[in-house]
Design a protein around this ligand. Sequence first.
Ligand code: HSE
Length: 309
Amino acid sequence: MKVSVKVPATTANLGPGFDCLGLALPIYNTITVEETIMPGTGIEINIIDETHEQDLISIPTDENNIVYKAIELLYNSIGQTPSELKITIKTQIPIARGLGSSAAVIVGGLIAANELLGKPADEAALLSIATEIENHPDNITPAVVGGFVVSSLEEDGSVVYSKINWPKDWNITVCIPDYELSTSIARSVLPAEVPMKDAIFNLKHTAMLVQAVNTHDEKLMKIALDDRLHQQYREKLIPGLAEIKEALKHEENVLGVVISGAGPAILVISHGNNLNKIRETVSKVWLDMNVKSKVLTLQVEEQGAKVID
Ligand code: HSE
């Protein structure tokens, strides 16, 4: 028996909502988990890059693979150990760009394995296990449920979340450079503690952001997208970010320019019709720095992970 699950890309933080805001995007990974019949075949992991552009060499294909680790936690939660499994990961989501490629494969592997086991875990259990691997729920939750989501990993390990309707006329332009940045490096530059005034700044802006989305308030959103917890520290790891922000500073209808998750992809959130101009401006800034990029305007994917086979 085998099960395939299609999971969307995700972007986390949206500026101030560090580790708690995220939304799903229409780029997908597909994860297939298959029980192999032949005993003694062990774990087989195959990764297929459907974009033909990625370097997958550093991704482990043994028990250290995060998909396997997530599946192992699920099996352990019901007192079992995975033995003969074939896991196939088809990737379209760019790796190490801040677009939730790891969350997508963790979620896909877990949901597929859960189906194979006869669904012992409910959504809450799957969210907890996936977040135990990923450490923060901001990519995991929208990968599971779709849409724009505020979520929190509680101290007991449970994930609490709420979905909020994203205004249909707010455009998300995803700007993906051809260089990678690992989340662990992007987290290592953050301070362990921040000044109280920065914490308060982010509290205010995250609350404002949720209210702006809820009430479709562009003026409020423009203020809300500011952050002091992570982006200033990460800017040095993302060549072109400062220049892109500067180039779009006076662009009409741009509500904000933020790092996608831990980066290096960048989101331009805007309304109105100047999308070509925005895309051209971003591509040109990077091109002038000899950085190739893909710049795509995408709709929020309202549907989360889906069993397709
Ligand atoms: N909230 C996380 C971060 C997202 O910014 O480090 C990356 O997975």
